[in-house]
Design a protein around this ligand. Structure first.
Ligand SMILES: NC(=O)c1ccc[n+]([C@@H]2O[C@H](COP(=O)([O-])OP(=O)(O)OC[C@H]3O[C@@H](n4cnc5c(N)ncnc54)[C@H](OP(=O)(O)O)[C@@H]3O)[C@@H](O)[C@H]2O)c1
Length: 411
C-alpha cells in the first residue's frame, strides 16, 4: 500500500512494501523502517513548503477512514470528506492594490459584512463554526499541524487520587482538540508518570502530541539515554512526539542521539528548551548549528527578549517556536499587574474576552510563534486559555497597542 498526501510521505519516497503507519514508526511516517532522504534534504524541502501547503496531521490510525480523518490518504480509497485543516491551493495571491495592510483590512471588513448579511442562516452558522474552530499551525520541518494552545504540566507532579482528579478533567477537555501539545519533563517531579497513568486510563494517547525533555549533565550521554528510556516507561508510550534538551543541558553531546532516535522512529520531532534570557544567544547558535524541529523558549508580554535573538534564528531555519511561561510563569505571573485593571474594550478586536486570552493572543500574534504552552491544573483556566486559540489574533499594530498599554501599567 502506498501513502499519498502528508508532507513527510512525499519526500520519503518509500520504496519498501509499506503496509501503513504504526506508532513505532511515526518518526518518518512509514512502517518500512527506512530513511531514504538525508536530514538536510528533508529540512530544506520541508522549509520550502510553507504553512499553507497541503499537509495534514499524520497520526497512526486504523483503516482508511481514520487515515483520511488524520490527513493522509490511502491509494485506492476515495476520500469521504476533505480535511478542513488543509489549504488545498497554497497561499492566496494578493492583488497589488490590497497589499497595503490597512486597505486590506478595510476591504476584508467590508467584504465580510456584505457576505454576512447576504448569507443564509445555515451559512452564517458555518461561518461561526469556522470562528470557533481551533487555530492550527504547522511545524515547518514535518508539516504536522498542532493547535496553537497546548498545556504545560510542571505542576502535575502529584500523588493522591484527589490531586489527580482535576488533572484528569483538564486532559479530558484538552483531548477535544486533537493533537494538542502536552509539555512535561522528568524534572517536574512525577508529572510524566501522572500523565502516563491518566492518559492510559482515559485511552487518549492518540489525541495528544506529547513533548518531554532530556538532560545530559556534563555531556553524559548514557545518563541522557537512561532518562529517555524512563520517560517512555513513565509516559506509557512507544513514541514520543517531541524530545527536547532541557535548558540546553548537554545539548551538543546528546543531540546526535536524539537525531538517531528520530531516524529510528522512536522520537517524531526533536528540539531544545530554555526559560532563561541568559541562554538566548546559545539557543540561537544551537538552532543554527543543528537540524532542530522545535525550540521552546520563554516569552510573554512581561519578557519579550526572545524576539531579538531566538525568534530570528528560528525563522531563518524554519524551526517551530513554542512558548513556555507565556503567562509570565508561576512566580512572575502577569495577572498581578492587571488585578484591578478592567480589560480594555479594544481587546475584543483581537478576539480576547479575558486577560489570559489577551496575553496568549499577544504571543500568538508574533509571526515566529507556532504555539503557546500555558500551564494549568484547572479545567476552567484551560477553557479560558483554549479561547485564545480561536478566532482573531492581533496583528502587528494591535500587538504594539497591547505592549504600550502593558508598559504604561504600574508594576
Ligand atoms: N525551561 C523549560 O523548558 C521550561 C521552563 C518553565 C516552564 N516550562 C513549561 O512551560 C509551561 C508553562 O509555564 P508555567 O506553567 O510555569 O507558567 P505560565 O503558563 O506562564 O503560568 C502558569 C500559571 O498561570 C495560571 N493560569 C493558567 N491559566 C490561567 C488563566 N486562564 N487564568 C488565570 N490564571 C491562569 C496557573 O494556575 P492554575 O494551575 O491554577 O491554572 C499557573 O499559576 C510549564 O508548565 C512547563 O511545561 C518549560
Amino acid at each position: 500500500m502506498q501513502h499519498v498526501g502528508g508532507g513527510v510521505h512525499r519526500q520519503h519516497r518509500c520504496s519498501a512494501g509499506v503496509s501503513g503507519q504504526s506508532r513505532s514508526a511515526r518518526g518518518h511516517g512509514c512502517s518500512c523502517g527506512a530513511t531514504s532522504v538525508s536530514e538536510t534534504r528533508h529540512r530544506r524541502a520541508a522549509i520550502a513548503r510553507s504553512v499553507y501547503q497541503d499537509t495534514g496531521v499524520r497520526r497512526p490510525g486504523v483503516g482508511a477512514v481514520a487515515a483520511q480523518s488524520r490527513g493522509s490518504r490511502v491509494v485506492g480509497t476515495p476520500p469521504r470528506w476533505k480535511n478542513p485543516w488543509r489549504l488545498p491551493h497554497g497561499p492566496p495571491r494578493m492583488n497589488a492594490s490590497i497589499r497595503d495592510p490597512q486597505r486590506r483590512r478595510l476591504l476584508q471588513g467590508l467584504a465580510m459584512s456584505t457576505v454576512a448579511l447576504a448569507l443564509p442562516t445555515w451559512a452564517r452558522a458555518a461561518t461561526k463554526a469556522a470562528d470557533d474552530a481551533p487555530i492550527l499551525r504547522a511545524i515547518p520541518s514535518s508539516g504536522e499541524r498542532i493547535p496553537v494552545v497546548g498545556l504545560g504540566t510542571n505542576a502535575y507532579g502529584v500523588q493522591t487520587a484527589e490531586e489527580k482528579a482535576p488533572l484528569r478533567e483538564v486532559l479530558q477537555r484538552l483531548a477535544q482538540v486533537p493533537n494538542s501539545v502536552i509539555d512535561t519533563a522528568p524534572s517536574y517531579r512525577n508529572s510524566e508518570a501522572v500523565l502516563g497513568e491518566l492518559i492510559d486510563e482515559l485511552g487518549l494517547r492518540e489525541r495528544f502530541f506529547i513533548a518531554t525533555k532530556v538532560t545530559a549533565p556534563g555531556g553524559d550521554v548514557a545518563a541522557g539515554i537512561a532518562q529517555m528510556e524512563a520517560s517512555f516507561r513513565h509516559l506509557r508510550t512507544d513514541t514520543i512526539d517531541l524530545m527536547m534538551v532541557h535548558n540546553l543541558n548537554g545539548a551538543e553531546a546528546i543531540l546526535p542521539t536524539l537525531l538517531e532516535w528520530k531516524q529510528a522512529g522512536r522520537l517524531r520531532h526533536i528540539g531544545i528548551t530554555t526559560s532563561n534570557n541568559e541562554q538566548h544567544a546559545e539557543t540561537a547558535a544551537l538552532i543554527r548549528a543543528h537540524p532542530l524541529d522545535v525550540v521552546q523558549v520563554n516569552y510573554s508580554l512581561g519578557n519579550r527578549a526572545a524576539e531579538d535573538i531566538v525568534f530570528p534564528a528560528a525563522q531563518e531555519r524554519g524551526t517551530a517556536v513554542v512558548l513556555n511561561v507565556p503567562l509570565g510563569g508561576r512566580r512572575g505571573s502577569l495577572f498581578g499587574r492587571v488585578k484591578d485593571v478592567p480589560l480594555p474594550d479594544w481587546a475584543a478586536e483581537s478576539g480576547a474576552s479575558s486577560w489570559a486570552q489577551l496575553f496568549l493572543k499577544y504571543n500568538l500574534g508574533h509571526p515566529a510563534v507556532t504555539a503557546v504552552l500555558p500551564g494549568t491544573t484547572r479545567v476552567s483556566n484551560l477553557e479560558d486559555n483554549l479561547g485564545a486559540g480561536r478566532g482573531a489574533l492581533p496583528d502587528a499594530a494591535q500587538r504594539r497597542r497591547i505592549e504600550a498599554f502593558w508598559d504604561a501599567l504600574p508594576e
